[in-house]
Write a protein that binds this ligand. Structure first.
Ligand code: DLL
Length: 423
Protein backbone atom coordinates (compact mmCIF):
# COMPACT_ATOMS: atom_id res chain seq x y z
CA UNK A 1 0.00 0.00 0.00
CA UNK A 2 1.34 3.48 -0.76
CA UNK A 3 1.90 5.83 2.17
CA UNK A 4 -0.99 8.05 0.97
CA UNK A 5 -3.42 5.14 0.82
CA UNK A 6 -2.24 4.00 4.22
CA UNK A 7 -2.74 7.44 5.78
CA UNK A 8 -6.20 7.58 4.30
CA UNK A 9 -7.03 4.19 5.81
CA UNK A 10 -5.55 5.22 9.17
CA UNK A 11 -7.69 8.38 9.18
CA UNK A 12 -10.88 6.42 8.52
CA UNK A 13 -10.04 3.89 11.19
CA UNK A 14 -9.15 6.61 13.70
CA UNK A 15 -12.50 8.31 13.14
CA UNK A 16 -14.33 5.05 13.81
CA UNK A 17 -12.21 4.36 16.86
CA UNK A 18 -12.87 7.76 18.40
CA UNK A 19 -16.57 7.31 17.81
CA UNK A 20 -16.39 3.90 19.51
CA UNK A 21 -14.57 5.07 22.64
CA UNK A 22 -16.58 8.28 22.95
CA UNK A 23 -19.79 6.30 23.12
CA UNK A 24 -18.55 3.25 25.02
CA UNK A 25 -15.69 4.18 27.35
CA UNK A 26 -16.75 6.70 29.99
CA UNK A 27 -13.09 7.47 30.72
CA UNK A 28 -12.46 8.68 27.15
CA UNK A 29 -15.81 10.42 26.88
CA UNK A 30 -14.98 12.46 29.98
CA UNK A 31 -11.47 13.26 28.72
CA UNK A 32 -12.81 14.39 25.35
CA UNK A 33 -15.53 16.48 26.94
CA UNK A 34 -12.92 18.16 29.10
CA UNK A 35 -11.07 19.06 25.91
CA UNK A 36 -14.23 20.13 24.11
CA UNK A 37 -13.79 17.44 21.50
CA UNK A 38 -16.45 15.55 19.57
CA UNK A 39 -15.85 12.42 17.48
CA UNK A 40 -16.51 14.44 14.32
CA UNK A 41 -13.57 16.71 15.12
CA UNK A 42 -11.32 13.77 14.27
CA UNK A 43 -11.48 13.29 10.49
CA UNK A 44 -7.98 12.55 9.25
CA UNK A 45 -4.96 10.92 10.84
CA UNK A 46 -3.40 14.39 11.31
CA UNK A 47 -6.18 15.17 13.80
CA UNK A 48 -4.73 12.57 16.17
CA UNK A 49 -2.66 15.27 17.93
CA UNK A 50 -5.91 16.76 19.27
CA UNK A 51 -6.61 13.61 21.28
CA UNK A 52 -5.56 12.98 24.89
CA UNK A 53 -2.71 10.66 25.85
CA UNK A 54 -3.35 7.48 27.84
CA UNK A 55 -0.84 6.34 30.47
CA UNK A 56 -0.24 3.23 32.53
CA UNK A 57 -1.58 5.23 35.49
CA UNK A 58 -4.91 5.60 33.65
CA UNK A 59 -5.08 1.81 33.33
CA UNK A 60 -4.25 1.44 37.00
CA UNK A 61 -6.87 4.01 38.02
CA UNK A 62 -9.52 2.21 35.98
CA UNK A 63 -8.57 -1.23 37.32
CA UNK A 64 -9.63 -3.84 36.51
CA UNK A 65 -11.72 -3.36 33.36
CA UNK A 66 -12.77 0.29 33.31
CA UNK A 67 -11.23 0.95 29.91
CA UNK A 68 -13.17 -1.70 28.01
CA UNK A 69 -15.20 -0.35 25.09
CA UNK A 70 -17.44 -3.36 25.00
CA UNK A 71 -19.54 -5.37 27.47
CA UNK A 72 -17.68 -8.17 29.26
CA UNK A 73 -19.81 -10.69 27.33
CA UNK A 74 -17.95 -9.71 24.13
CA UNK A 75 -14.54 -10.27 25.74
CA UNK A 76 -13.20 -13.73 24.94
CA UNK A 77 -9.74 -13.51 26.49
CA UNK A 78 -7.92 -11.61 29.21
CA UNK A 79 -4.18 -11.12 29.64
CA UNK A 80 -2.39 -9.26 32.41
CA UNK A 81 1.03 -7.67 32.76
CA UNK A 82 2.85 -6.11 35.65
CA UNK A 83 1.62 -2.73 36.71
CA UNK A 84 3.55 0.15 38.20
CA UNK A 85 2.22 -0.60 41.68
CA UNK A 86 0.33 -3.49 43.20
CA UNK A 87 -2.42 -3.91 40.60
CA UNK A 88 -1.66 -5.81 37.43
CA UNK A 89 -2.62 -4.22 34.12
CA UNK A 90 -5.59 -6.08 32.68
CA UNK A 91 -6.26 -6.28 28.94
CA UNK A 92 -9.45 -7.71 27.41
CA UNK A 93 -9.72 -8.95 23.81
CA UNK A 94 -12.78 -9.50 21.63
CA UNK A 95 -12.81 -12.35 19.11
CA UNK A 96 -12.05 -9.82 16.39
CA UNK A 97 -9.05 -8.51 18.33
CA UNK A 98 -7.65 -12.05 18.49
CA UNK A 99 -8.13 -12.44 14.73
CA UNK A 100 -6.11 -9.29 14.11
CA UNK A 101 -3.48 -10.37 16.59
CA UNK A 102 -2.85 -13.71 14.93
CA UNK A 103 -2.79 -11.95 11.55
CA UNK A 104 -0.02 -9.55 12.62
CA UNK A 105 2.02 -12.40 14.11
CA UNK A 106 1.62 -14.40 10.89
CA UNK A 107 2.87 -11.33 8.99
CA UNK A 108 5.91 -11.17 11.26
CA UNK A 109 6.68 -14.86 10.76
CA UNK A 110 6.33 -14.44 7.01
CA UNK A 111 8.74 -11.50 7.09
CA UNK A 112 11.28 -13.76 8.87
CA UNK A 113 10.88 -16.40 6.18
CA UNK A 114 8.82 -18.93 8.20
CA UNK A 115 6.56 -21.08 6.00
CA UNK A 116 3.98 -23.84 6.44
CA UNK A 117 6.82 -26.33 6.30
CA UNK A 118 8.37 -25.04 9.55
CA UNK A 119 7.98 -26.29 13.09
CA UNK A 120 8.15 -23.40 15.54
CA UNK A 121 8.82 -23.82 19.23
CA UNK A 122 7.17 -21.08 21.30
CA UNK A 123 9.35 -20.62 24.38
CA UNK A 124 7.61 -17.51 25.68
CA UNK A 125 5.61 -18.06 28.85
CA UNK A 126 2.05 -19.26 28.31
CA UNK A 127 -0.55 -17.78 30.59
CA UNK A 128 -1.30 -14.23 31.58
CA UNK A 129 1.81 -13.01 29.71
CA UNK A 130 0.97 -12.25 26.07
CA UNK A 131 4.11 -13.84 24.62
CA UNK A 132 3.13 -17.53 24.61
CA UNK A 133 -0.47 -17.52 23.46
CA UNK A 134 0.10 -14.52 21.21
CA UNK A 135 2.86 -16.17 19.21
CA UNK A 136 1.12 -19.55 19.35
CA UNK A 137 -1.98 -18.57 17.41
CA UNK A 138 0.08 -16.67 14.86
CA UNK A 139 2.11 -19.78 14.05
CA UNK A 140 -1.07 -21.81 13.61
CA UNK A 141 -2.68 -19.09 11.52
CA UNK A 142 0.27 -19.18 9.14
CA UNK A 143 -0.14 -22.93 8.85
CA UNK A 144 3.23 -23.85 10.33
CA UNK A 145 3.42 -26.37 13.19
CA UNK A 146 3.52 -24.92 16.68
CA UNK A 147 5.32 -26.59 19.58
CA UNK A 148 4.04 -24.90 22.75
CA UNK A 149 7.11 -25.48 24.91
CA UNK A 150 6.61 -22.40 27.10
CA UNK A 151 9.31 -21.67 29.69
CA UNK A 152 10.83 -24.07 32.15
CA UNK A 153 12.08 -27.53 31.31
CA UNK A 154 15.09 -26.69 29.14
CA UNK A 155 16.35 -30.27 28.91
CA UNK A 156 13.05 -31.47 27.46
CA UNK A 157 12.96 -28.45 25.19
CA UNK A 158 16.35 -29.33 23.70
CA UNK A 159 15.33 -32.94 23.30
CA UNK A 160 12.19 -31.95 21.37
CA UNK A 161 14.09 -29.43 19.26
CA UNK A 162 16.44 -32.23 18.26
CA UNK A 163 14.03 -35.14 17.89
CA UNK A 164 11.41 -33.19 15.92
CA UNK A 165 13.88 -31.23 13.81
CA UNK A 166 12.34 -27.96 14.98
CA UNK A 167 13.27 -25.13 12.57
CA UNK A 168 11.98 -22.00 14.31
CA UNK A 169 12.05 -20.66 17.85
CA UNK A 170 10.33 -17.74 19.56
CA UNK A 171 11.55 -16.74 23.04
CA UNK A 172 13.32 -13.94 24.89
CA UNK A 173 16.85 -13.24 23.65
CA UNK A 174 18.21 -14.05 27.11
CA UNK A 175 16.51 -17.43 27.06
CA UNK A 176 17.97 -18.10 23.60
CA UNK A 177 21.44 -17.60 25.08
CA UNK A 178 20.59 -19.77 28.05
CA UNK A 179 19.39 -22.50 25.70
CA UNK A 180 22.62 -22.27 23.70
CA UNK A 181 24.57 -22.65 26.91
CA UNK A 182 22.51 -25.65 28.02
CA UNK A 183 23.03 -27.21 24.61
CA UNK A 184 26.76 -26.80 24.96
CA UNK A 185 26.69 -28.31 28.45
CA UNK A 186 25.04 -31.42 27.04
CA UNK A 187 27.90 -31.79 24.60
CA UNK A 188 25.68 -30.71 21.70
CA UNK A 189 26.02 -27.88 19.24
CA UNK A 190 23.91 -26.00 16.70
CA UNK A 191 24.84 -28.68 14.18
CA UNK A 192 22.78 -31.21 16.12
CA UNK A 193 19.66 -29.09 15.58
CA UNK A 194 17.79 -27.90 12.49
CA UNK A 195 16.93 -24.45 13.88
CA UNK A 196 17.14 -21.74 11.23
CA UNK A 197 14.97 -18.80 12.39
CA UNK A 198 14.40 -17.12 15.75
CA UNK A 199 11.89 -14.44 16.83
CA UNK A 200 13.18 -12.63 19.88
CA UNK A 201 11.66 -9.88 21.94
CA UNK A 202 9.90 -8.93 25.17
CA UNK A 203 13.08 -7.30 26.50
CA UNK A 204 15.72 -4.98 25.07
CA UNK A 205 18.62 -6.58 23.23
CA UNK A 206 21.50 -5.37 21.12
CA UNK A 207 23.17 -6.04 17.78
CA UNK A 208 25.99 -7.76 19.60
CA UNK A 209 23.53 -10.05 21.30
CA UNK A 210 22.01 -10.83 17.91
CA UNK A 211 25.43 -11.87 16.59
CA UNK A 212 26.00 -14.01 19.65
CA UNK A 213 22.65 -15.80 19.33
CA UNK A 214 23.03 -16.30 15.59
CA UNK A 215 26.48 -17.79 16.02
CA UNK A 216 25.68 -20.03 18.95
CA UNK A 217 22.40 -21.39 17.58
CA UNK A 218 23.26 -21.24 13.88
CA UNK A 219 20.14 -19.22 13.06
CA UNK A 220 18.91 -15.91 11.69
CA UNK A 221 17.67 -13.90 14.67
CA UNK A 222 14.89 -11.34 14.24
CA UNK A 223 13.33 -8.80 16.52
CA UNK A 224 9.69 -8.87 17.53
CA UNK A 225 8.24 -6.03 19.56
CA UNK A 226 5.00 -5.47 21.37
CA UNK A 227 3.34 -4.68 24.66
CA UNK A 228 0.29 -6.07 26.42
CA UNK A 229 -1.60 -2.81 26.62
CA UNK A 230 -1.58 -2.49 22.82
CA UNK A 231 -1.90 -6.21 21.94
CA UNK A 232 1.18 -8.27 22.81
CA UNK A 233 3.93 -9.43 20.44
CA UNK A 234 3.47 -8.48 16.78
CA UNK A 235 3.10 -4.71 17.03
CA UNK A 236 6.41 -4.48 15.12
CA UNK A 237 8.76 -6.98 13.52
CA UNK A 238 11.93 -7.07 11.45
CA UNK A 239 12.16 -8.18 7.85
CA UNK A 240 15.10 -9.88 6.11
CA UNK A 241 16.93 -6.51 5.98
CA UNK A 242 17.28 -6.43 9.80
CA UNK A 243 17.25 -2.68 9.55
CA UNK A 244 14.56 -1.68 12.03
CA UNK A 245 11.21 -3.22 12.88
CA UNK A 246 8.17 -2.56 10.68
CA UNK A 247 5.19 -1.41 12.70
CA UNK A 248 1.86 -2.96 11.67
CA UNK A 249 0.66 0.59 11.08
CA UNK A 250 -2.73 -0.29 9.66
CA UNK A 251 -3.57 -1.48 13.20
CA UNK A 252 -1.21 0.46 15.48
CA UNK A 253 -0.54 4.12 14.74
CA UNK A 254 2.85 5.34 16.02
CA UNK A 255 4.01 8.80 17.11
CA UNK A 256 7.22 9.91 18.82
CA UNK A 257 7.00 12.47 21.61
CA UNK A 258 9.39 14.20 23.94
CA UNK A 259 9.18 12.08 27.11
CA UNK A 260 9.03 15.09 29.41
CA UNK A 261 7.08 17.72 27.51
CA UNK A 262 4.79 15.41 25.53
CA UNK A 263 5.46 17.47 22.42
CA UNK A 264 5.32 15.51 19.13
CA UNK A 265 8.86 15.33 17.73
CA UNK A 266 9.90 15.84 14.10
CA UNK A 267 10.32 12.77 11.88
CA UNK A 268 13.37 10.65 12.61
CA UNK A 269 14.05 12.08 16.06
CA UNK A 270 14.44 9.82 19.06
CA UNK A 271 11.85 9.98 21.82
CA UNK A 272 9.03 8.08 23.49
CA UNK A 273 6.88 5.86 21.32
CA UNK A 274 3.15 6.52 21.54
CA UNK A 275 0.72 4.03 20.01
CA UNK A 276 -2.97 4.19 19.10
CA UNK A 277 -4.86 0.95 18.47
CA UNK A 278 -6.74 1.71 15.23
CA UNK A 279 -8.81 -1.46 15.01
CA UNK A 280 -9.13 -2.91 18.50
CA UNK A 281 -12.64 -3.21 19.89
CA UNK A 282 -12.11 -4.80 23.34
CA UNK A 283 -9.82 -2.32 25.04
CA UNK A 284 -8.84 0.26 22.42
CA UNK A 285 -6.36 2.89 23.57
CA UNK A 286 -5.81 6.42 22.31
CA UNK A 287 -2.21 7.63 22.19
CA UNK A 288 -0.82 5.20 24.74
CA UNK A 289 2.54 6.31 26.17
CA UNK A 290 4.75 3.23 25.96
CA UNK A 291 7.78 4.78 27.73
CA UNK A 292 9.89 2.97 25.14
CA UNK A 293 12.53 5.14 23.53
CA UNK A 294 13.10 4.80 19.81
CA UNK A 295 12.97 6.67 16.49
CA UNK A 296 10.85 6.08 13.36
CA UNK A 297 12.03 5.98 9.75
CA UNK A 298 9.60 6.51 6.90
CA UNK A 299 11.90 5.95 3.92
CA UNK A 300 11.17 2.83 1.92
CA UNK A 301 12.79 -0.37 3.14
CA UNK A 302 14.75 -2.45 0.63
CA UNK A 303 12.37 -5.34 1.35
CA UNK A 304 9.63 -3.33 -0.40
CA UNK A 305 7.39 -2.86 2.64
CA UNK A 306 6.08 0.68 2.98
CA UNK A 307 5.38 0.29 6.71
CA UNK A 308 7.40 2.62 8.93
CA UNK A 309 10.52 1.17 10.59
CA UNK A 310 11.24 1.55 14.27
CA UNK A 311 14.78 1.49 15.70
CA UNK A 312 15.70 -0.98 18.40
CA UNK A 313 14.35 0.05 21.79
CA UNK A 314 17.22 1.94 23.36
CA UNK A 315 15.64 1.79 26.78
CA UNK A 316 12.61 3.05 28.59
CA UNK A 317 12.16 6.62 29.60
CA UNK A 318 11.47 5.20 33.05
CA UNK A 319 14.37 2.76 33.40
CA UNK A 320 17.10 5.12 32.46
CA UNK A 321 19.54 5.29 35.34
CA UNK A 322 21.02 8.56 36.42
CA UNK A 323 24.30 7.76 38.09
CA UNK A 324 26.13 10.71 39.59
CA UNK A 325 24.29 12.91 37.11
CA UNK A 326 25.14 10.77 34.08
CA UNK A 327 22.39 9.07 32.10
CA UNK A 328 23.10 5.37 31.72
CA UNK A 329 21.21 2.79 29.70
CA UNK A 330 21.81 -0.85 30.69
CA UNK A 331 21.92 -1.69 26.95
CA UNK A 332 25.05 0.46 26.61
CA UNK A 333 26.78 -1.61 29.28
CA UNK A 334 25.61 -4.81 27.63
CA UNK A 335 27.11 -3.71 24.34
CA UNK A 336 30.48 -3.13 25.97
CA UNK A 337 30.40 -6.58 27.59
CA UNK A 338 29.47 -8.30 24.37
CA UNK A 339 32.13 -6.51 22.37
CA UNK A 340 34.78 -8.11 24.57
CA UNK A 341 35.42 -11.80 23.92
CA UNK A 342 36.42 -12.42 27.54
CA UNK A 343 32.90 -12.08 28.92
CA UNK A 344 29.67 -14.04 28.93
CA UNK A 345 26.50 -12.09 28.10
CA UNK A 346 25.40 -12.48 31.72
CA UNK A 347 25.66 -9.54 34.05
CA UNK A 348 24.01 -7.80 36.96
CA UNK A 349 24.03 -4.10 37.70
CA UNK A 350 23.72 -3.12 41.35
CA UNK A 351 22.90 0.51 41.93
CA UNK A 352 23.03 2.09 45.38
CA UNK A 353 23.69 5.36 47.13
CA UNK A 354 26.37 5.61 49.79
CA UNK A 355 27.23 8.80 51.64
CA UNK A 356 24.97 10.67 49.24
CA UNK A 357 26.91 9.40 46.24
CA UNK A 358 25.51 7.01 43.66
CA UNK A 359 27.40 3.76 43.30
CA UNK A 360 27.10 1.25 40.52
CA UNK A 361 28.62 -2.19 40.65
CA UNK A 362 28.69 -4.34 37.57
CA UNK A 363 29.00 -8.07 38.14
CA UNK A 364 29.93 -9.87 34.98
CA UNK A 365 30.77 -13.47 34.20
CA UNK A 366 34.13 -14.29 32.69
CA UNK A 367 34.13 -16.98 30.02
CA UNK A 368 35.66 -20.27 31.28
CA UNK A 369 38.61 -20.03 28.87
CA UNK A 370 39.52 -16.60 30.28
CA UNK A 371 38.78 -17.30 33.93
CA UNK A 372 41.92 -17.72 35.97
CA UNK A 373 43.10 -18.16 39.55
CA UNK A 374 45.95 -15.77 38.88
CA UNK A 375 45.05 -12.48 40.46
CA UNK A 376 47.19 -10.45 38.08
CA UNK A 377 45.38 -11.78 35.05
CA UNK A 378 41.99 -11.03 36.54
CA UNK A 379 43.07 -7.54 37.61
CA UNK A 380 44.28 -6.75 34.10
CA UNK A 381 41.00 -7.94 32.64
CA UNK A 382 39.02 -5.87 35.10
CA UNK A 383 41.08 -2.79 34.32
CA UNK A 384 40.40 -3.24 30.63
CA UNK A 385 36.64 -3.42 31.15
CA UNK A 386 36.60 -0.43 33.53
CA UNK A 387 38.48 1.67 30.96
CA UNK A 388 36.11 0.65 28.18
CA UNK A 389 33.05 1.47 30.30
CA UNK A 390 34.58 4.77 31.27
CA UNK A 391 35.03 5.75 27.64
CA UNK A 392 31.52 4.67 26.55
CA UNK A 393 29.55 5.92 29.55
CA UNK A 394 31.77 8.72 30.71
CA UNK A 395 31.48 7.18 34.15
CA UNK A 396 33.61 5.12 36.49
CA UNK A 397 31.98 1.76 37.20
CA UNK A 398 33.01 -0.64 39.96
CA UNK A 399 33.47 -3.97 38.26
CA UNK A 400 33.37 -7.35 39.93
CA UNK A 401 34.38 -10.27 37.77
CA UNK A 402 32.58 -13.43 38.75
CA UNK A 403 32.94 -17.10 37.87
CA UNK A 404 31.25 -18.59 34.84
CA UNK A 405 27.61 -19.54 35.50
CA UNK A 406 27.41 -17.82 38.88
CA UNK A 407 24.76 -15.25 37.93
CA UNK A 408 21.24 -16.57 38.23
CA UNK A 409 19.72 -17.48 34.85
CA UNK A 410 16.22 -16.47 33.95
CA UNK A 411 13.78 -18.34 31.76
CA UNK A 412 11.63 -15.25 31.21
CA UNK A 413 12.74 -11.67 31.23
CA UNK A 414 16.18 -11.26 32.71
CA UNK A 415 16.39 -8.96 35.70
CA UNK A 416 19.66 -7.17 35.12
CA UNK A 417 19.41 -4.01 37.19
CA UNK A 418 18.91 -3.84 40.93
CA UNK A 419 18.47 -0.27 42.03
CA UNK A 420 18.56 -0.02 45.81
CA UNK A 421 18.65 3.75 45.92
CA UNK A 422 15.97 5.46 47.89
CA UNK A 423 15.58 8.81 46.24
O1 DLL B 1 6.73 -8.23 26.36
C1 DLL B 1 5.05 -8.56 24.66
C2 DLL B 1 6.00 -9.38 23.86
C3 DLL B 1 6.05 -10.75 24.04
C4 DLL B 1 6.81 -8.80 22.91
C5 DLL B 1 6.90 -11.51 23.28
C6 DLL B 1 7.66 -9.54 22.15
C7 DLL B 1 7.72 -10.91 22.32
P1 DLL B 1 4.87 -6.68 28.12
O2 DLL B 1 5.18 -7.73 29.11
O3 DLL B 1 3.67 -5.84 28.30
O4 DLL B 1 4.69 -7.30 26.69
O5 DLL B 1 6.16 -5.76 28.02
C8 DLL B 1 6.21 -4.73 27.09
O6 DLL B 1 8.61 -4.95 26.94
O7 DLL B 1 7.08 -1.78 26.43
C9 DLL B 1 9.21 -2.89 25.98
O8 DLL B 1 9.74 -2.07 26.99
C10 DLL B 1 9.65 -4.33 26.20
N1 DLL B 1 9.80 -5.02 24.90
C11 DLL B 1 8.95 -5.83 24.28
N2 DLL B 1 9.48 -6.28 23.11
C12 DLL B 1 10.70 -5.70 23.00
C13 DLL B 1 11.74 -5.74 22.04
C14 DLL B 1 5.60 -8.04 25.98
N3 DLL B 1 11.66 -6.49 20.94
C15 DLL B 1 7.54 -4.02 27.17
N4 DLL B 1 12.84 -4.99 22.27
C16 DLL B 1 7.69 -2.98 26.08
C17 DLL B 1 12.95 -4.23 23.38
C18 DLL B 1 10.90 -4.89 24.14
N5 DLL B 1 12.02 -4.17 24.32
Amino acid sequence: MSREELRDLQGKRLHKLVDLVYHNTPFYRAKMQEMDLLPDDIRTIDDIVKLPFTTKADLRDNYPVGLLATPMSEIVRIHASSGTTGNPTIVGYTYRDLEIWKEVIARALTAYGVTRGDIVSVGYGYGLFTGGLGAHYGVEHLGATVLPTSTGNTEKHIRLLRDLGVTGIACTPSYALYLAEALHKQGLSADDLKLRIGAFGAEPWTENMRREIEERLGIQAYNIYGLSEIMGPGVAYECGCKNGSHIAEDHFYPEIIHPETGEVLPLGQEGELVLTTLTKTGMPLLRYRTKDLTALHYDKCSCGRTLVRMDRILGRSDDMLIIRGVNVFPTQIESVILEMPEFEPHYLLLVDRKNNTDTMELQVEVRPEYYSDEINKMLALKKKLVARLQSVLGLGVDVRLVEPRSIERSVGKAKRVIDNRKL
